[in-house]
Design a protein around this ligand. Structure first.
Ligand SMILES: [Zn+2]
Length: 241
């Protein structure tokens, strides 16, 4: 269920689902997509045993503040909602259709600035704003032959894998652009990815493909860093205690 990642930040690139292979046999409205996301978010909470505590509620309020700031210029205006899953083994984040985003305690632990959080949230927002999550929902509706009145029949697992090379690179690029437009430094995303490269070097099973993939992601974001200079100062992460 939870994605255990040391060298693949944010979403697992290794699992590729090609949305273009599936005929869109069904059509849905934004309201339908939002409802599907709410059903899936409730399933995510149930499967992972998430129950609100005062601290989680405070952290989610902070994620919501930063997330709404980043999402304000997204291509799709949706009721973006940001949840916190405190599990330290959840070292990534997950986007669901309609605007639902879960952030793991494992990845939050690696961040030192709000700018890094903004980059991660921007990446997940773009999986939704670029309609990648919507395409996957349409695929699942088609595969399982379910209508928009039957979203309770959706399984959560198909929404956990990443979106392939092109989808992930697009989410990186557009997500960092959103963060930049919200006043955050693009270099924060580079620093976070570089930390994952370092961590990968300490892991015996890190493949050279995973390493070169991370380096390609860093190179793409470096071009955005160059376009942003002079870089804004990064803001310290202001997680509530
Ligand atoms: Zn991703």
């Amino acid at each position: 269920m939870r994605v255990f990642l040391f060298v693949i930040l944010l979403c697992p690139l290794a699992t590729i689902t090609n949305a273009h292979n599936s005929p869109a046999a069904v059509a849905i409205s934004d309201a339908d997509e939002i409802r599907a996301g709410e059903v899936l978010a409730a399933k995510f909470e149930a499967v992972n045993g998430l129950t609100p505590t005062p601290q989680i509620t405070k952290i989610e309020a902070y994620l919501q503040k930063v997330g709404e700031r980043v999402a304000s210029r997204a291509q799709r205006h949706l009721p973006y909602r940001f949840y916190f899953d405190p599990a330290p083994t959840f070292k990534s984040a997950v986007a669901l259709p309609g605007g639902q985003v879960f952030v793991g305690g494992g990845i939050l632990a690696y961040m030192d600035t709000e700018d890094q959080l903004a980059a991660v949230l921007g990446h997940e927002i773009e999986h939704i704003a670029l309609s990648q999550c919507r395409e996957r929902l349409l695929q699942e509706m088609s595969r399982k032959h379910i209508s928009a009145a039957e979203f309770q029949k959706l399984d959560l697992d198909p929404f956990m894998p990443g979106y392939g090379h092109d989808g992930e690179f697009a989410a990186d690029r557009e997500g960092v652009k959103l963060a930049m437009e919200a006043g955050y430094s693009a270099n924060a995303a580079v620093r976070l990815l570089q930390m994952f490269v370092l961590m990968g070097q300490q892991m015996p099973n890190t493949s050279s493909e995973a390493k070169s993939n991370l380096e390609a992601r860093i190179a793409q974001i470096q071009t955005l860093v160059e376009s942003q200079k002079p870089l804004p100062a990064e803001k310290p992460l202001a997680l509530p205690q």
